[in-house]
Design a protein around this ligand. Structure first.
Ligand code: PMP
Length: 492
């Protein structure tokens, strides 16, 4: 089990352990019934005092996350409402948690799969809005036309026809590319991982927006990077702060989601895009531009990608198809130039020798026909309806001190609470009612801000969305009306 301890943090060591174990439980990395190390072993592993470790465990037990069985040990018991479920006795796997890992934090991946939940946590599209039937038929056609497709490796770089189609898409965005400098990846998550494993090692400085996409934090942290954060406002990264960070730390890489940023929904202005590129050029630093939401605009088209301004190869551009077409196909692309691209291609070869050909071939006819254009238009309309619905329900039912910025595109709404609220406690309540959301704390590298929530309006239908947000507002109301003297204990 990996618990990061920040000795100079304002948060006490016992609280850091407490929150980290809650994150592990809520994300599913620690399962109900799993046996935890003893207080003594935990203290030794983390190099903290027995009192500190014991204090964290006591609080976790008081709050119903852990339970101790006399003579057997301490176990995860997250589901207070299922307290009658017997805690399994120790198993032969108990030794496993003593093996430290390099998973710096938990990605909250588990929430994407919670059965029967009103899922407001996943930045994913409602499957009902995606062309499943069409793709199913295309899969069958591909198999019929190329019966040996499953018995061959494809090109490591990805199917040539697909790269040609992608090139014509990129051309429309003024992103310079040829099929030779496009790499097909298994989603842009793999793209991020390839970038990190190719260019980032222990103590390399990586600059990230705060908040940002949790999956990227874990990838860079997992490589041992030193992460420095820049706040974002409605126009994207704060350039003044970025400038002074660059002066002081000389970062090797800047990761950004400039268009409909996740989780805040903000888009970086063209002025700042230009400033960012100039800055990177001045210190020879890489920019990773992660651009999965570009087509999902609700009012006007977003500014052109930073990559379209890049003439000397500072920008690595990532584009996933999961947010518009088919997450199950696991297709994304990277485009970069010169030796940066060649090294990423080598990393792809080391990693998996190429992405599966079947899905690459199956999406081709859709991408090349007018269907893709019509589908994207419909998707934008449907998502805009859901965004507006979510904001309507919140406007009617949320406490007045819960606020948000209107996202002009993307899949998420970023809610801000008074600073004393810890939204992880709200999540605990929400899950009792089968509702999930993403607590904002997981979107911060390092010291988390705990008074935010990311609500995704894209995954559940309008009925479930209304029901889920109304119920959530009830939970918010109750939490925010807690008398001042009880707030401390309710929300840590
Ligand atoms: N980047 C961002 C900003 C994301 O939100 C996600 C998925 N949630 C990814 C990358 C990875 O997506 P995929 O691998 O499905 O393309």
């Amino acid at each position: 089990m990996h618990i990061d301890i920040h000795r100079h943090s304002d948060t006490s060591l016992s609280n850091q352990i407490y929150f980290s174990i809650i994150d592990h439980i809520q994300s599913g990395l620690l399962q109900q019934g799993e046996k935890l190390p003893t207080v003594r072993d935990l203290a030794k592993q983390l190099n903290v005092s027995l009192v500190t470790a014991a204090k964290a465990y006591t609080r976790l037990k008081d709050d119903g996350y852990l339970t101790t069985v006399q003579g057997k040990g301490t176990f995860v018991d997250e589901q207070q409402e299922q307290a009658e479920t017997p805690v399994p006795s120790s198993t032969s796997f108990d030794w496993q948690l003593s093996i430290p890992d390099y998973l710096p934090r938990s990605q909250f991946a588990q929430y994407h799969y919670v059965e029967e939940a009103i899922n407001l946590s996943s930045s994913m599209i409602d499957p009902g809005l995606l062309p499943n039937r069409y793709l199913e038929k295309e899969m069958q056609h591909v198999l019929a036309r190329h019966p040996q497709i499953m018995s061959k490796y494809g090109e490591i770089q990805g199917d040539l026809q697909l790269r040609q189609v992608i090139q014509s898409f990129l051309e429309k965005l003024d992103v310079p590319s040829t099929p030779e400098n496009i790499l097909v990846t298994s989603g842009s998550q793999q793209g991020l991982d390839l970038v990190a494993r190719t260019f980032i090692g222990p103590d390399d400085v990586v600059v990230m927006e705060a908040p940002t996409y949790p999956g990227a934090i874990d990838v860079f942290m997992g490589r041992g990077a030193r992460i420095i954060t820049v706040p974002v406002d409605h126009e994207g990264m704060n350039m003044k702060q970025l400038q002074s960070i660059c002066d002081k730390y000389k970062p090797k890489l800047i990761y950004t989601i400039p268009t409909f940023h996740s989780p805040t929904g903000a888009s970086m202005s063209m002025k700042r895009r230009k400033q960012l590129l100039l800055l990177a050029q001045s210190i020879d630093c890489l920019i990773v531009e992660d651009d999965p939401y570009r087509e999902l605009y609700f009012e006007k088209k977003p500014p052109a990608p930073i990559k379209s301004l890049d003439h000397d190869g500072h920008v690595i551009y990532l584009r996933g198809l999961s947010k518009t077409l088919a997450p199950g196909c696991r297709i994304g692309i990277i485009t970069a130039s010169g030796s940066i691209f060649n090294r990423l291609l080598a990393a792809k070869a080391n990693n998996d020798l190429g992405s599966p050909l079947l899905t690459q071939k199956a999406i081709l006819p859709f991408l090349t026909s007018k269907k893709m254009i019509d589908h994207t238009k419909k998707l934008r309309t449907a998502l805009k309806v859901r965004r507006d619905l979510m904001m309507d329900v919140l406007t009617k039912h949320a406490p007045t001190d819960v606020t948000w910025q209107i996202p002009q595109g993307g899949l998420n709404l970023w809610l801000s609470f008074p600073s004393w609220v810890d939204t992880r406690a709200l999540l605990h309540e929400a899950r009792k009612q089968q509702i999930t959301f993403l607590p904002g704390s997981v979107c911060y590298p390092g010291e988390p801000k705990q008074n935010y929530i990311r609500l995704s309006f894209s995954y559940v239908n309008e009925k479930a969305l209304t029901e889920g947000v109304e119920k959530l507002c009830g939970i918010f109301q109750q939490a925010l009306s807690t008398p001042q003297n009880q707030k401390q204990s309710l929300f840590f």
